[in-house]
Ligand binder design. Structure first.
Ligand code: 6PG
Length: 477
């Protein structure tokens, strides 16, 4: 009976597409879904691929159908459903069996689950999967965290189903435990920043010179042939060019300006804050989504502070060229922050995350796939311990001109009252990062003045205090 190479639980959109992808690559997959009717229709619609699918009526059947040690992919919603599914599998699984969580888990949960299962000898693999529905079916980018033996058991299947970039699979083992899910979380954090900056540029073109959705779509289509070439730029052009079937106006013009969020962007920001890593572009993107949901408050405020007419002092051609450079510079800053978070997490948790490999497996299949990632992989290949992407030589060459475009864009947006929080955050990050002498000397002086927290003095060792009491007669330190 043990004929399947792998099992899969949860035939929702992602799960069913992943199961078809596995079957298509010639691997027999046993599947189970909580609602039997869904499984029936899934198998019924699988066509020729049904011969590689073993539909199981119960979890017991599923476990019996898989060749040991038995890997089972969970494609269920993140959070409690994962714990519930693990609890249901625990009595049926044994030493060496492998539960693979393919959802967007919080990596702290993954680490906890690894430990909870350790005693029973069941191995938990945290597998980040990016690429949406199409990626799951035709090749996602896959970020794996697990023990090495479990990876060896699943490596062939995982690399077979992954997207390929010039023939190289976009899947890799990145480290133990929660490493794969942390990397997927940061992928999403970068995705938030990238999307927000694109939306800001759209807003500048829409509300500055007043371009229509179709005109803006053409600009994005053109950009996609250049340095900004990426999936998100490509789909932005598509979204902007799509008409509303009910009214024939551009669909984007009738979509509510309130963005949803499921949590991975927020987790990126929380993790960055806990690690003490500045992630201002991602923070701005998460905050912008939160602010977008305050629709009624924004409407009220817009009546209190009406917009003055916007003077357009630049030709549309020059503005478009400027925005292209600004988007490129902003994107580099966002990636620099994402990679810096991963570097700090790697150090804290002792993972030794392979930065070049991460960039390489993001070059195809995932939502943030872009030309830039190949350059990022090369930069980390050349110097694996690069402190920050913005100082990698190839990126200095790009940023030296591009930061000027970002500066002009952020300045113009501010003067015109057009919100560009993520692009402005990118500029402030760039300017702060390249400032050899900053202003924290004053912060240290203030901290010492009110709380005797001490400061280091240039040219001498140890903590010092200022003579504040002599000046004020108070705050004796
Ligand atoms: C991916 C996506 C995917 C999902 C996001 C959406 O990599 O395939 O990132 O994971 O679409 O989680 O997240 P929000 O609902 O938070 O935008």
């Amino acid at each position: 009976m043990s004929e399947a190479e792998i099992g899969l639980i949860g035939l929702g959109t992602m799960g069913s597409n992943l199961a078809l992808n596995i079957a298509e690559k010639g691997h027999k997959v046993a599947v189970w879904n909580r609602t039997a009717s869904r499984m029936k229709s899934f198998v019924g619609n699988a066509g020729d691929l049904a011969e590689n699918i073993v539909a199981c009526d119960t979890l017991e059947d599923l476990m019996q159908a898989i060749r040991p040690p038995r890997p089972v992919i969970l494609m269920v919603p993140a959070g409690d459903p994962v714990d519930q599914q693990i609890d249901a599998l625990r009595p049926l699984a044994g030493m060496g069996d492998i539960i693979i969580d393919g959802g967007n888990a919080n990596f702290h949960d993954t680490e906890r689950r690894v430990k909870e299962l350790e005693e029973s000898g069941i191995v938990l693999v945290g597998m980040g999967v990016s690429g949406g529905e199409d990626g799951a079916r035709n090749g996602p980018s896959i970020m794996v965290g697990s023990d090495k033996a479990a990876w060896q058991r699943i490596e062939t299947i995982v690399t077979d189903i992954a997207a390929k970039y010039e023939g190289e699979p976009c899947a890799a083992w990145l480290g133990p435990g929660g490493a794969g899910h942390l990397v997927k979380t940061i992928h999403n954090g970068i995705e938030y920043a990238d999307m927000q900056m694109i939306a800001e540029v759209y807003g500048i073109l829409r509300d500055g010179p007043g371009l229509g959705a179709e005109e803006i779509s053409s600009i994005f289509t053109r950009w996609n042939d250049g340095r900004l070439n990426s999936y998100l730029i490509e789909i932005t052009a598509e979204v902007l060019a799509t008409a509303d079937p009910d009214s024939s106006v551009p669909l984007v013009d009738v979509i509510q300006d309130k963005a949803g969020q499921k949590g991975t962007g927020r987790w990126s920001v929380i993790e960055a804050a806990m690690l003490g890593v500045p992630a201002t572009c991602i923070e701005a993107a998460v905050a912008a989504r939160s602010l977008s949901s305050l629709k009624r408050e924004r409407e009220y405020a817009s009546r209190r502070y009406p917009q003055a007419p916007r003077q357009q002092s630049v030709s549309t051609g020059d503005l478009v060229a400027e925005l292209e450079g600004a988007l490129l510079a902003g994107k580099i800053a966002a990636y620099a922050q994402g990679f810096a978070i991963m570097r700090a997490a790697s150090d804290k948790y002792g993972w030794d995350l392979p930065m070049a490999t991460i960039a390489r497996i993001w070059r195809a299949g995932c939502i943030i796939r872009s030309q830039l990632l190949d350059s990022i992989a090369k930069a980390y290949d050349a110097k694996p311990k690069t402190a920050n992407l913005m100082v990698a030589p190839s990126f200095v060459d790009i940023l030296l001109p591009a930061h000027l475009a970002l500066r002009v864009t952020a300045g113009r947006a501010a003067l015109q009252g057009l919100p560009a929080p993520a692009l402005s955050a990118a500029l402030a990050y760039f300017d702060s990062y390249r400032q050899a002498r900053g202003t924290a000397n004053l912060i240290q002086g203030q901290r010492d003045f009110f709380g005797a927290h001490g400061f280091e003095k240039i040219g001498s060792r140890g903590q010092k205090h200022g003579p504040w009491a002599e000046r004020t007669g108070k705050n004796k330190v």
